[in-house]
Write a protein that binds this ligand. Structure first.
Ligand code: NI
Length: 181
């Protein structure tokens, strides 16, 4: 169990395309995932991708319980998702504020598919197949982007809808500090 340092925007490792996992059910993979959950919890994040701690593998985690601090956001099941695939269920897009543990203290508006289906594997190699919408779908799209070296700042709907969380809150552009990742 270890909290790992999270790479920050500007680190070229965040821009690399991660490799598929080929060995499931391994102590190494289990340890990576445990460290990812420890790191995410320490930073109060909603999700984390392995490349954010410098591991170039297609592994993401996400999930959180209902939180009174984020009344507008309902719980997302705690999930380990390996070698993920995402398909959109409809063309409908939705704009929303996002944050990222690799871009601390900032938020920006990004357009994402509202309804998706994602598939992949858990750490034991069992298949996962889930329909998701709203914030759940947003988190999955954000995390899986990291596996292709894409940070949300590359997807801002407009550069002016991006800034420091404190300033966005005090000026009323953000109504709550939302959820990072
Ligand atoms: Ni992120």
């Amino acid at each position: 169990m270890a909290i790992r340092p999270v790479l920050r925007l500007g680190d070229p490792r965040l821009l690399q395309v991660a490799s598929e996992v080929t060995d499931f059910n391994s102590a190494e993979l289990d340890m990576l995932i445990e460290d990812m959950f420890d790191t995410m919890a320490a930073q109060d994040g909603a999700g984390l991708a392995a490349p954010q701690i410098g591991i170039g593998l297609r592994v993401v985690i996400f999930g959180f319980d209902d939180n009174p601090r984020y009344p507008d956001i309902s719980a997302v099941p705690r999930t380990i998702l390996i070698n993920p695939q995402i398909i959109k269920i409809s063309d409908e897009m939705e704009q929303g504020w996002e944050g990222c543990l690799s871009v601390p203290g900032m938020r920006g508006v990004v357009s994402r598919y509202k309804h998706i289906r994602y598939s992949g594997f858990d750490a034991a190699g069992n298949a996962i197949d889930v329909d998701a919408s709203g914030f759940h779908a947003r988190v999955v799209q954000h995390e899986c982007d990291h596996l292709d070296g894409i940070i949300y700042t590359q997807r801002l709907t407009e550069p002016s809808k991006f800034g420091f969380t404190e300033e966005l809150l005090s000026s009323g552009q953000l109504s709550s500090d939302g959820c990072s990742e």
